[in-house]
Design a protein around this ligand. Sequence first.
Ligand code: SF4
Length: 473
Amino acid sequence: MPATAPRGVGHLRGDEPFPAAARRALADAQLRRNLGHATTTIRAKSGAVIGELPDWEQLRAAGSAIKADVLARLPELLEQLEAAVTAAGGTVHWAADAVAANRIVTDLVAATGSDRVIKVKSMATQEIGLNEALAAAGITAVETDLAELIVQLGEDRPSHILVPAIHRNRAEIREIFLRAMPGVDPALTDEPAALAAAARRYLRQTFLTTPVAVSGANFAVAETGTLAVVESEGNGRMCLTLPETLITVMGIEKVVPTWRDLEVFLQLLPRASTGERMNPYTSMWTGVTPGDGPQAFHLVLLDNGRSAVLADEVGRQALHCIRCSACLNVCPVYQRTGGHAYGSVYPGPIGAVLSPQLTGVEDNASLPYASSLCGACYDACPVKINIPELLVHLRAEHVAAQRRPTAESVAMAAAAYAMDHPALYAAAQRAARLTRLAGRRGRGLPPPLSGWTIGRDLPEPPARSFRDWWARR
Ligand code: SF4
């Protein structure tokens, strides 16, 4: 079995189980207001532009089929990608896990002599804890995506895949800038345009003076060795074009076979994520072009538990994810708790199925239960990942791994035995009716079964069972 992501490095595991973290988040009324406003706005925008496409369902099916094809022949496609990148003047590095990837990137930056890198927003580098690894080597990483910058200056953690500072409102952002942004005007207001201008002034100088950039990648085209980054601000493009050295860290599942395949995802992603018809800044590059852009390009292909996910026939569909965040915006659990409660850099429904698989389910055992199984995430997903099915699959895996009887497993075993013995089953039904006589409707079950009725009413047994009715006829 391939290795899962190692412990002690990166950000795939939280400090506490989801229920404890969620309880604290639920008590934060400001957080819930910020989340409610932001997710409702994005959802409405996305729904409107998706409604314009008569072939949205066919596009979803195509996206899903391409991803299934990629996973079925991943080794072959990655080798094709490596050959194409190398032929175009780039260098490909294979990183088995977060430790290896951090070491490769740190060594590459150190070899340039720079003590600072600029970064394009990237989930993969957050996953492996690259900023911390660089800091340990005396290298400062400057986030250039506006929301990531807010998170970094606030010494905070991202709470959404697409909008990492979704939990902050503009008054809080102004306060962070005044406190932590070098050279900021003390008269700064909380007008969005003023906040963006302050960030632009700070970042522009950094872009022009930093010789190394680190990025992630949304896609890589195997046939030509082309990398693609999609973003909304243009800051990413500054990082991808101005420095002398560009280092890209990419999860191995991000490869697509051809440009025709890429076209499908460039239609799906902006509509499902930011609710735009077309992505504002789509940057693509192939190796190195003399005299134009970075003159050294390194691609780090990251596994970090992905091969273990791939080995699970049911679970592997989590690797179809294109990180659009649509499942977060529709999830009733995420909308109330926000992303920090999930512990991992991957929050929401996709985090609840991806993180436990990357780490091994026992290291994130509470996450598959962080869902009502309402199915909204499945309906919203542009690549048709059946997240509810994965949640149930992982819950079963967790229960099997426990090896000790739980209250639920004991109750289920007793129910199975009773159903297998008609006389016992009839007696159990009569006993259940006693609870009706005792007027227990709406109350909870006694321990150890009380957990089942904390959030549910105990159904009232019918006055007459089907068996009684049948016997009398
Ligand atoms: S699981 Fe689907 S909806 Fe959620 S982020 Fe990934 S692609 Fe988007």
